[in-house]
Write a protein that binds this ligand. Sequence first.
Ligand SMILES: [Zn+2]
Ligand SMILES: [Zn+2]
Length: 154
Amino acid sequence: MTEPEGGCACGHVRYQLKSAPMFVHCCHCRDCQRQTGSAFVINALIETDRVERLAGETEAVPVPAPSGRPHVVHRCPVCKVALWSHYGGRSQLSFVRVGALDEPASLPPDVHIYTRSKLPWVVLPADVPAVEGYYDSKDLWPPESLARRKALFG
Ligand SMILES: [Zn+2]
Ligand SMILES: [Zn+2]
């Protein structure tokens, strides 16, 4: 796999993913809808030390989370586009916004989550798992991704 590159809208921040992600979420929850102003968000879950910045620093912006989980969004300090997030204070795991990659089609969702708040006109593919809320990663993640997560959190 070529190492995907991405960046913000103004080009100040550029980055590269140093490996494939562990898993890719397409999240249809209300928090993600409100924060993106869109129907869903696509996040590639990857070790933070595998997100190499090629240019620019990000600005860490804490977001009020109705769910109660701490959520910090890293944005371009110039154009403010969101590039990745850390949830629950776990900064070693990054949720990288797939839509900010140069080729977002290279990382299709492995699961659709929180489909209970999915917008009714979004039609999901039949061959990708979809759950009404969250899920147990042991049920869906490949063994090598579970091992990577275990290495990250113990
Ligand atoms: Zn920018
Ligand atoms: Zn969400």
